[in-house]
Design a binder for this molecule. Structure first.
Ligand code: HEM
Length: 494
């Protein structure tokens, strides 16, 4: 390839997108010095037209974030639980991580109270494996039918373009299964000090399968090696104005000064047979598994050490999808997870195009031999020898994998229904958030919880919703409910 045009002084010169020398960086072509402009100033037209098309739609949720590359290194032997290559002893696998807030838009402040996304893409020898989790181990609901409505209650009211605490508490107080996640959100974890100072969780239960085909259920915990730290509400509010990009700046700053952030991956393993009559439904996304029942087992460590060279290419166009699973790792009967297996690839096709897997952050490090062809922005020919199957020209054949591929579970023959999960004896929406408040938080954390909740509820402009919001806290913990009620009453009579 030629070196391209050079200026008389040897420096680089500007070109058009097609590589020809550009006529000027500063002056448009006009009829005389003061005359009208001309349509055949194709360079001006190219600049304007490209600019007009610079944006792709932002993610419908998790629009604001930051991403970095690094490595995941296995430190312990968990091969008795999974044959996935990425978790074999000593294996090192490149990763891309993206952290995000959920409800805000691309320019929204990093320090708004919100769960944080914790999305990982492992470029494994078996193809890409994505773990798309949050910094909380639970979620607001257990049926995906409710996700879209929930998100609408948290985003802007279409009539006013404003976010609205009345909508938020209206939804939460009508959905008691949200209580556990809302307790996390209103507690210290709702505003981490930085992306480096937070844990990441799969939240969902997945299936692991070992080389002999033995299955277990698994939950992932990426525990921050920097320590969990939070921002008090007043500091979060101040930083929202002083530096809306605080967390992105912090992540990139730490990597630039070689203070590489890391997380230790630990997992909880539940024997396959335990699930059926465990005291509560282990696939219910609003529940954690007590560590006393299923202790943490170390797997390895993730270190982030490289800021992508271009934010748009590598972070904005990164396409994480829980459906990117590899042999040895499968889904579970968690209905939320099963719905997510459809949703993400679908949104990528809409947002960045049907050939999104060819973009640099999404391209697997193994050869792709798919029979898919063509479509907008296609740039790699199918690596198959023929574009249909079966063929007589040496094209690839899908080979049924032994064991791991069949990450299935038995289902009783049944009618098609629209019903909640079969109940387990201790299913309850309030027991775990109550335990979080009473057993995990200390007095100071409980004080901050009351203050955060009361401050948030103070913006509710509907007496019915306000009353239900107070009842919601009384159901979680009567003492917290009483304190919130007193604060809210104080605010309203003040
Ligand atoms: C992003 C849907 C539940 C974590 C997204 C996106 C969609 C979506 C459409 C935008 C993706 C993109 O444009 O790249 C859903 C649906 C859910 C659900 C339908 C439930 C039925 C969850 C849960 C978690 C989660 C339970 C965490 C455990 C994330 C993360 C991102 C994301 C981290 C951002 C990924 C990135 O950094 O690009 N979700 N979501 N979501 N979701 Fe979900």
């Amino acid at each position: 390839m030629s070196e391209g045009y050079t200026a008389p002084d040897g420096g680089p010169i500007t070109t058009t997108g097609a590589g020809a020398p550009a006529p000027s960086d500063e002056q448009s072509l006009s009829v005389g010095r003061d005359g009208p402009l001309l349509l055949h100033d194709v360079y001006l037209v190219e600049k304007m037209a490209h600019f007009n098309r610079e944006r792709v739609p932002e993610r419908v949720v998790h629009a604001k974030g930051a991403g970095a590359y690094g490595t995941f290194r296995v430190t312990q032997d968990v091969s008795e639980y999974t044959c996935a290559d990425v978790f074999q002893p000593g294996r090192e696998t490149p990763v891309l991580a993206r952290f995000s807030t959920v409800a805000g838009e691309q320019g929204s402040p990093d320090t708004w109270r919100d769960p944080r996304g914790f999305a990982l893409k492992f470029y494994t020898r078996q193809g890409n494996y994505d773990m798309v989790g949050n910094n909380t181990p639970v979620f607001f609901m257990r049926d995906p039918q409710k996700f879209q409505d929930f998100i609408r209650s948290q985003k802007r009211d279409p009539r006013t373009g404003l976010r609205d605490n009345t909508m938020q508490w209206d939804y939460w107080s009508l959905s008691p299964e949200s209580a556990h996640q809302v307790t996390w959100l209103m507690g210290d974890r709702g505003v981490p000090r930085s992306y480096r100072n937070m844990d990441g969780f799969s939240s969902h239960t997945y299936m692991w399968v070992n080389a002999a085909g033995r299955k277990v259920w698994v939950k992932y915990h990426f525990l921050t090696d920097q320590g969990n730290e939070f921002l008090p509400q007043e500091e979060a509010d101040r930083m929202a104005g002083a530096d809306a990009d605080l967390h992105r700046r912090d992540l990139y700053g730490a990597i630039a000064r070689r203070d590489y952030p890391s997380w230790t991956l630990k997992v909880q393993i539940m024997p396959f047979e335990d699930a059926a009559d465990y005291r509560f439904n282990p696939f219910d996304l609003t529940k954690v598994w007590p560590h006393g029942d299923y202790p943490l087992i170390e797997v390895g460590r993730m270190v982030l050490d490289r800021v992508p060279e271009d934010y748009f290419i590598h972070v904005e166009q990164a396409a994480f999808e829980p459906s990117n699973l590899v042999p040895g790792i499968g889904p579970s009967p968690d209905k939320m997870l099963l719905a997510r297996l459809f949703s993400y690839a679908d949104t990528h096709r809409y947002r960045i195009g049907v050939n999104y897997n060819e973009l640099p952050p999404n391209r697997p490090e193994v050869p792709v031999r798919a029979y898919q062809k063509d479509g907008r922005m296609r740039s790699t020919p199918p690596n198959t020898g023929a574009v249909y199957h079966p063929n007589s020209f040496g094209g690839p054949d899908a080979v049924r994998q032994e064991g791991p591929e069949e990450s299935s579970w038995p289902v009783e023959a049944a009618e098609l229904v629209r019903e909640a999960y079969t109940r387990h004896r201790d299913d309850d929406d309030f027991v775990q958030p109550r335990a979080l408040i009473r057993d995990v938080m200390d007095d100071a954390a409980r004080d901050r919880l009351v203050s955060n909740v009361s401050g948030h509820i103070a913006q509710v402009h509907d007496d019915g919703v306000l009353g239900r919001a107070v009842d919601y806290w009384s159901n979680i913990d009567p003492e917290i409910g009483r304190r919130v009620a007193a604060r809210v009453k104080g605010n309203h009579t003040a």
